[in-house]
Design a protein around this ligand. Sequence first.
Ligand code: PEP
Ligand code: MN
Length: 359
Amino acid sequence: MDIESIFLPGIAPARPVIIAGPCSAETEKQVLTTAREVAAQGIKIFRSGIWKPRTKPGGFEGIGTIGLNWLKRVKQETGMYVTTEVANKEHVSEALEAGIDILWLGARTSVNPFAVQDIADALRGVDVPVLVKNPINPDLELWIGAIERLYAAGIRRLGAIHRGFSSYDRKTFRNPPMWYIPIELRRRIPNLPMFCDPSHIAGKQDRIALLSQQAMDLQFDGLVIETHSHPEEAWSDSAQQITPEMLEHMLNRLVIRSADHLSQRLLELRYRMDQIDEGLLDLLARRMQISDELGEYKKTHDMPVLQTSRYSEVIERRTELGETLDLDPEFVRKIMKSIHEESIRRQMTVMDQELQGWR
Ligand code: PEP
Ligand code: MN
């Protein structure tokens, strides 16, 4: 994809590009107070939700159109660029008319191809940067699909925002990061600017700093951080918003490591790792050859492919062995399960050969 830079005039493309501001615009005073405080820290892009997708009806669903005037004031008074979420074509036309500089698609929109297509159609012929949050479910293709719909409508200044993925297990994160998904997105569309939204991943104030650091170490280009002058009074996402002061403290402590210089030591470690990977693949191929032979044996002796007790025993014994080697049992279980699945698939192919011939 021929993505163009999302970085507007006056914004240095140096990592991290920060987008800060409240989850929602609530009052003119709250928006302007927060905006002045973040602008004083050198933040160049101000976020604020105007239309809020809420899980249940009856909650605060955003201040609506009037909030656009407040964002206009933010622009005039602070010189910051402003960004807001659009979820349908009416939002798009109102936001563009109000001079919103960057639009973003929320997680509940990017999950829906109809909604994304409507927005893409409304944006045809418009040159505005658009950031696409990941869909709420961990589906990389859907995320890429949303980006492609906008691209096909002629939008070239595109970016992605990783905000974690919905899960029933909310003990550690509100939306677990599943880093391998944004990492794979980067591999698939290498020139796409990527932002991380640690606020929606964490769901509470603590961990935002840690997640931001992890995002930087994974070479994300920027961060979107929900910031409110009085988080405890926020009308939405109160627990996860931080004050402009906390934001400053956190940003000052971020360590930005560059990927530019590959030291000799790093190259050596990578070389050793590559050697081991090659050895692992060779071992796996040999193990699968044994699976094929086992399949043949079972077939000639009229035995079923799967013997559950043998499966449980393999998993148990390997997990125990793994533990003595300081390997995480969950990790070993996952790998053994996947190897066993492939082994069974191959044995079934051996069994099926006759059936295929017969058909
Ligand atoms: C938000 O940014 O406030 C928001 C609603 O986020 P998400 O779409 O990621 O849930
Ligand atoms: Mn929010």
